[in-house]
Design a protein around this ligand. Structure first.
Ligand SMILES: [Zn+2]
Length: 79
């Protein structure tokens, strides 16, 4: 069972397919049952995909963590 904090911390690993299958299933399950995390992950993924389009390459290491922080701040402000 993931906490919401785990969800934020693992967003980039999940997106990159780096989680083990059981972790992945738990992650997907949490996304289904937790609207806050679903919202967070949706924003996170949209931002990553946009960055990828602009850069036309894989986002550099560290960018995903940067995005997790900025998306979390945005959600915390209720935006
Ligand atoms: Zn959650």
């Amino acid at each position: 069972m993931h906490t919401c904090e785990d969800m934020y911390n693992r967003a980039s690993a999940f997106h990159d397919g780096d989680l083990l299958p059981p972790e992945r299933e738990a992650y997907e399950h949490h996304l289904e049952v937790c609207p806050d995390c679903a919202n967070f992950y949706h924003s996170f993924r949209a931002t990553i995909d946009r960055a990828r389009d602009v850069l036309s390459v894989e986002p550099p290491p560290g960018l995903a963590e940067e995005l997790v922080r900025s998306v979390r701040e945005k959600l915390a402000k209720g935006a």
